[in-house]
Design a protein around this ligand. Sequence first.
Ligand SMILES: Nc1ncnc2c1ncn2[C@@H]1O[C@H](COP(=O)(O)OP(=O)(O)O)[C@@H](O)[C@H]1O
Ligand SMILES: [Mg+2]
Length: 174
Amino acid sequence: MIIKGTNRFVIVYGRWVIKIPIIMLLKSARRYQKLLVKVGFVKSLKFFSYGINAFHGFQYNIFKGIVDNWSEYRFFKKTNIKILLPCVFSFFGIFNLCYFASPLNEENEKKDFAYFFYQIMGNDFYFDSHHFSNVNNFGIYQGKICILDYGDKATQKLLLEYGDEISKAFRWSN
Ligand SMILES: Nc1ncnc2c1ncn2[C@@H]1O[C@H](COP(=O)(O)OP(=O)(O)O)[C@@H](O)[C@H]1O
Ligand SMILES: [Mg+2]
């Protein structure tokens, strides 16, 4: 089974999952072409200097999946937040190996994630609200809810601050 995310696609093989970066070459070329026509060659060069999180820039289109893969692996190694789905191995971000987490079932899906996380994080929730209210970024591993997409810096910032509380709320500490 293959699942497509925003910056990575995921190959499920039994209890294993391989995450592979999506490299948006064509999209990037089209975006650059549009900019080139609009602002001319010299000004269009800024396309290449936009940071990794600027979704309309070159770096995001080409490297975001690789950067997220590597950052996810490093974050799992460095921290001890129970709600993180274990990321077992990363080949410099080119591919990651982790465990399969089952999709959330009906009952969990009905849970209002936005409200749930807002209760824990308060207004900080809006720092990465899109991510935390998307049930696809969560799964069931060893019978408990875990987060399976945590490569982005904004997500990591919130997890560092609220990860333990979230883990407790999802009963990871019992
Ligand atoms: N370990 C996993 N087990 C099961 N499904 C997964 C796993 N990791 C990712 N997925 C599925 O693949 C989708 C894309 O992966 P994700 O890590 O969210 O990548 P992206 O950074 O592109 O959003 C997820 O929304 C989820 O549906
Ligand atoms: Mg995702």
